[in-house]
Design a protein around this ligand. Structure first.
Ligand SMILES: Cc1cc2nc3c(=O)[nH]c(=O)nc-3n(C[C@H](O)[C@H](O)[C@H](O)COP(=O)(O)OP(=O)(O)OC[C@H]3O[C@@H](n4cnc5c(N)ncnc54)[C@H](O)[C@@H]3O)c2cc1C
Length: 235
């Protein structure tokens, strides 16, 4: 299969497990097993054969017992509304994965939950600690969590289909060169999402603006170069 790296995600709090299969040499990209693949493994032989075929180099002495003792994890995008409701005399609200679980391909789920805490705290400040009003206001965060949910799904396609493409890699190299040449002015989407506090809903707009400017600058430079060449030839 050309496997040269294998990652088993650690068991999560509820004991679910999932495996990431990275095929970096023969076929770059990342595969996530469809849920049915695990569900079909019923006997000890099925389980051992599957892991022996796909994860030859993994040392899993208690594989069958572990596999049977832990449910297979689902990677899902969760969209629900509203995030708060009145229950009797109380108002209850959802934050974190309970409100907006996302697939893990951008690695932002936990971070999103921490950002929820910051935003909820801001809402509490704005409403003078009126919890029901703060929870209602907190729902504005959906504009950001919807974006990161989409980016996380997009990133799966990128990891699966594009990381082996020369055009894609050339684009990434150009982007890194622009980041180095214009520090703080040209910042990649990944950097903005992962290492800044720019709200996710603003990241897309900023990236589109940067790319537009970079493309315009590229066209301008090419036109200038063509003009210079023509002048040199004619004169
Ligand atoms: C494979 C994988 C890889 C990931 N990688 C990353 C990553 O690299 N970076 C990142 O930022 N995020 C990552 N995430 C996402 C991250 O794990 C979640 O976004 C984060 O754990 C969500 O935190 P939470 O507190 O909202 O929910 P949870 O961590 O799910 O916490 C909810 C808690 O509530 C408990 N609970 C549930 N029901 C009840 C009940 N009825 N009564 C009492 N308790 C209950 C659960 O047991 C659990 O402990 C990944 C997720 C997966 C599945």
């Amino acid at each position: 299969m050309g496997l040269d790296r294998l990652t088993f995600q650690p068991y999560s709090a509820d004991g679910a497990h999932s495996a990431v299969r990275a095929k970096l040499q023969a076929q770059p990209g990342v595969d996530f097993w469809p849920h049915e693949t695990f569900a079909q493994l019923r006997t000890k032989g099925d389980i051992e054969d599957c892991f022996a075929e796909h994860y030859q180099d993994a040392h899993l002495p208690t594989l069958t017992a572990d596999f049977r003792a832990n449910p297979v994890g689902h990677l899902v995008t969760m969209r629900c509304a509203p995030w708060h409701a009145r229950v009797g005399d109380s108002t209850v609200g959802l934050i974190g994965d309970a409100a907006h679980a996302i697939v893990p391909f951008y690695g932002r789920g936990a971070n999103c939950g921490f950002e929820d805490c910051v935003e909820l705290d801001r809402c509490l400040d704005e409403t003078g600690d009126d919890f029901p009003a703060a929870l209602a206001r907190f729902e504005r965060r959906r504009t950001d969590t919807d974006v990161i949910a989409r980016l996380a799904l997009d990133n799966f396609v990128e990891m699966r289909d594009k990381v082996g493409s020369k055009t894609f890699l050339a684009g990434k190299r150009l982007e890194h060169a622009l980041e180095r040449a214009l520090p703080g002015r040209y910042v990649s989407r990944y950097e903005l999402v992962s290492f800044s506090t720019t709200p996710y809903s603003q990241v897309e707009r900023r990236v589109a603006r940067q790319r537009g400017l970079a493309a315009a600058a590229g066209v301008g430079a090419a036109a200038l170069a063509a003009l210079l060449v023509r002048r040199l030839r004619s004169g």
